[in-house]
Design a binder for this molecule. Structure first.
Ligand SMILES: [Zn+2]
Length: 234
């Protein structure tokens, strides 16, 4: 085997070890973002329900106050009935009382309806809050697990990277870059075996000439189809 290819093959083993250590860790930020989005949405829904409840409570209080204001008004008008000086004024006041009472009853109906809806809104807000709290607990659990995993792996990943640094010594820069590019784009298999003249990376047949060159080991040979760097398998 060509000495550069031999070194790359060893390097690839370490890179594959590092990849398997970082694979799930690399997925964590996307997973965290997804979970955070879900939590934010539940928080938003909860805040919305809480705001609707608060508004209904405030509105019902305002209506209640209006009803009590009308009651005072009616009381005042009734008292006035005792002091009016003529029948016309008496009739006008009665008419006024009736108008205020009518308005008061409408407001009270509205207030009662709103108070009923307050109960429904209260229940909905509680459900939304519970859902958001449960999701927050799940999210915090996920963050703790993710950190634990990162910490557990950190040592092994670092050791792998240190080993890797030493192993690249003696590999020409251009071949190393080529290898690294292939490693990324060829599913973590940049250097692969040839068996019975077939590239084991893409399973295409390689030429007789290339087969002989791979056997010879005096040059770095690439697969004509997938460009992987080849070595002679058993
Ligand atoms: Zn190939």
């Amino acid at each position: 085997m060509h000495p550069h290819v031999k070194k790359l093959l060893e390097l690839q083993k370490v890179d594959q070890e590092i990849s398997s250590l970082t694979k799930d860790i690399d997925l964590l930020p996307a997973e965290e973002a997804k979970r955070k989005k879900k939590l934010d949405e539940l928080d938003r829904q909860s805040a919305e329900k809480r705001a609707a409840l608060q508004k209904a409570e405030l509105d019902s209080r305002a209506l209640d106050k209006a009803v009590r204001g009308s009651d005072d008004e009616i009381k005042r008008l009734n008292e006035r009935l005792n002091t009016v000086r003529n029948n016309a004024e008496y009739q006008a006041t009665l008419f006024q009382i009736e108008a205020v009472r009518k308005e008061r009853d409408l407001t009270q109906d509205e207030c009662l309806k709103l108070l009923e809806s307050v109960e429904t809104l209260k229940a909905a807000a509680a459900v939304a809050q519970t859902a958001a709290d449960a999701e927050r607990k799940v999210f915090e659990g996920f963050l703790a697990e993710a950190n634990k995993l990162r910490q557990e792996r950190a040592g092994d990943i670092d050791a792998g990277r240190q080993r890797r640094k030493v192993m690249t010594d003696g590999i020409p820069e251009d071949i190393l870059r080529e290898y690294e590019g292939l490693y990324k784009t060829r599913d973590r298999l940049a250097v692969c075996a040839v068996q019975d003249s077939y590239c084991q990376g893409c399973y295409n047949k390689i030429t007789v000439n290339d087969t002989a060159r791979v056997r010879g080991g005096s040059s770095v040979v690439r697969c004509g189809s997938c460009q992987r760097i080849l070595y002679q398998g058993n």
